[in-house]
Design a protein. Structure first.
Ligand SMILES: [Zn+2]
Length: 91
């Protein structure tokens, strides 16, 4: 039987592999315009409108990731966290 530490590292490795695989799939779907974003859903006939719920623009990947007011708080939190990580790496 492998030591418990080995099992832990294997479990973490499988978790990261799944995590990165999901990120890779999401990234490819964004590149292929095959997402559940309203712009894509409208183009394929799944949605009646391409306009985001915020009403500011069409729900494209760019709008969703960079501009949508619905996710501004999450973007700010991400920016703060990245800034903190970068600052701590300097010391
Ligand atoms: Zn929006």
């Amino acid at each position: 039987m492998p030591p418990p530490q080995s099992i832990l590292y294997t479990s973490i490795g499988i978790f990261l592999l799944c995590l990165y695989r999901d990120i890779g799939i999401s990234y490819c779907r964004l590149l292929l315009h095959d997402t559940m974003l309203l712009e894509d859903a409208f183009r394929t006939g799944v949605s009646e409108t391409p306009v985001c719920e915020c009403g500011q623009d069409r729900e494209t990947a760019e709008h969703f990731l960079l501009c949508c007011s619905k996710y501004q708080e999450a973007r700010d939190e991400l920016k703060d966290t990245v800034s903190q990580v970068l600052e701590s790496a300097k010391h």
